[in-house]
Design a protein around this ligand. Structure first.
Ligand SMILES: Nc1ncnc2c1ncn2[C@@H]1O[C@H](COP(=O)(O)OP(=O)(O)OP(=O)(O)O)[C@@H](O)[C@H]1O
Ligand SMILES: [Mg+2]
Length: 460
């Protein structure tokens, strides 16, 4: 069942339920009122007859007493008077248009035998009748007489039924109108949802991620479309990045392959050794590229970092100790942050070593390279400074992208990896001018300190 017809079904159900409740309440109200009115009417009649008899003065003939009464008093609508004398209907008035009231014999018998006023139900050719029997006695007249007031209950009730019938008819009409309105409104409300769905389907069918939903307005649906569009933006960007990554990687790997192939094809007996050395060198390069690419790919995934307590001063000193032997440079320790932070020590070391490898590449023998770390406000900075040529201002952002490298340097993945390590820590990597020439490469990460310097980390 579609959302559309479900909404309509619910509206119909609720409206029908409400109308049914209202209808039955009206019905019982009207019927109760009718019953009360009939009872009151009969009580009135009894009172009227009593008053008449009291005023009539001395009478000797019961029949003429009733005759006088009947000729003076007119019955109400839906009512008839019957006088019964000695077990026989004597006269009746009222409802001439409905013909003679055929009251069953039992009522006649009861009327003539009654010694007390009484009410009850009888049947007639016009349905159920509510009656009042008033026995009438006159001193000196032996005849047993009574006045029967009969109210045509069913006739009056059929008026109520008529009202209910037309109420039911209008109710049915109302349900129909409500249903039609619900159908239209639900259609209007659901149209944008349907639009979102069909567009989303079309996008996934054609895998064309450049399409966007167009839902004008500022309601929930257009907000949904906006969210959907932003998700598509991200997906499109992610796919584009992935494609670029693959293009770049393929391109970078093809170069050493071509070199290897060329040398192997041209290899002769005499330059065999030389070629093998060259090929091994190229294969080593490819190996590094593949490792770096895998690392970059992994850096996008959760679990890239293994966070623990890092003694920053120790880490800084260790890096310097590790890299001193790499090349003949003047190695320096700028300063160290005497603190413990939550971070991935191995990745931070890897980043600094990468900075150092670049610095070595861009400095001459005897050039100066310094390593340092410091707390600057909420940030921990780790850096490598050199006295090389520095990085031109317009290159500073570029070089952190992958495969951006100089004329005869590496593959250009080093700084990209550093940038990922910094980002994974919630920080950044950047390059600045070193005072007195050269470059300062640094990463700044939020310093989640773990207590007093030197104290082992504890959770409390
Ligand atoms: N200390 C530095 N001084 C001057 N330029 C630098 C320095 N470090 C990096 N660069 C520039 O940034 C580029 C990118 O560096 P990156 O480490 O990403 O790549 P790479 O060193 O060329 O290759 P890889 O590190 O993958 O072997 C370098 O090619 C170089 O042009
Ligand atoms: Mg490098």
């Amino acid at each position: 069942m579609s959302a559309h017809s479900r909404i309509v079904a619910w509206v119909l159900l609720v409206v029908a339920l409400a109308l049914t409740v209202a209808g039955s309440a009206t019905w019982s109200l009207l019927v109760n009122r009718l019953d009360a009115r009939v009872a009151e009417e009969l009580a009135n009649e009894a009172e009227k007859l009593r008053t008449f008899a009291a005023k009539a003065g001395p009478v000797t003939d019961v029949r003429s007493l009733l005759y006088d009464y009947l000729s003076l008093t007119a019955p109400d609508r839906h009512e008839t008077y019957v006088s019964v004398v000695n077990g026989k209907v004597d006269q009746f008035t009222g409802r001439p248009s409905d013909g003679e009231l055929k009251i069953d014999d039992a009522l006649i018998a009861k009327a003539s035998g009654a010694s007390e006023p009484e009410t009850g139900w009888a049947s007639s050719d016009l349905g159920k009748v509510r009656y009042l029997v008033m026995p009438v006695r006159v001193t000196g007249d032996e005849r047993k007489a009574a006045l029967v007031v009969a109210v045509f209950y069913d006739v009056q009730r059929s008026e109520v039924t008529d009202v209910m019938r037309s109420l039911a008819l209008t109710s049915a009409l109302a349900v129909g109108v409500a249903g039609a309105a619900a159908w239209l409104v639900a259609g209007r409300v659901l149209r944008p949802v349907r639009l979102v769905r069909t567009t989303a389907e079309r996008i996934s069918d054609s895998s064309d991620l450049s399409r966007r939903l167009d839902v004008p307005g500022d309601d929930d649906i257009s907000a949904l479309a906006g969210t959907f569009n932003r998700m598509l933006d991200r997906l499109e960007r992610a796919f584009a990045t992935q494609r670029e990554f693959l293009d770049d990687a393929g391109h970078e790997l093809r170069t050493p392959l071509t070199v290897v192939r060329g040398h192997l094809e041209l290899m002769g007996e005499e330059d065999r050794e030389e070629t093998v050395a060259l090929v091994l060198d190229e294969l080593g390069r490819m190996n590094r590229i593949v490792d770096d690419l895998l690392l970059l790919a992994r850096s996008e995934q959760p679990g890239f970092l293994t966070v623990g307590e890092v003694a920053v001063a120790e880490l800084t000193v260790d890096v310097l100790a590790k890299v001193r032997t790499l090349a003949d440079r003047t190695w320096r320790l700028d300063e160290v942050a005497d603190t413990h932070v939550l971070a991935d020590g191995q990745r931070l070391t890897q980043a600094l070593v990468q900075f150092v490898a670049n610095a070595v590449r861009h400095t001459r023998d005897g050039g100066r390279i310094s390593v340092g770390s410091a707390l600057r406000g909420p940030e921990l900075e780790l850096w490598v400074r050199d006295d090389g040529p520095g990085v031109p201002a317009d290159q500073r952002d570029r070089i952190f992208r992958r495969f951006v490298h100089g004329a005869q340097t590496g593959t250009g993945l080093g700084l990209a990896i550093v940038a990922r390590i910094a980002a994974a820590h919630g920080g950044r990597a950047e390059v600045r001018d070193a005072p007195g020439g050269g470059a300062v490469f640094l990463i700044g990460i939020p310093a989640y300190e773990t207590g007093e310097p030197g104290e082992p980390y504890s959770d409390s």
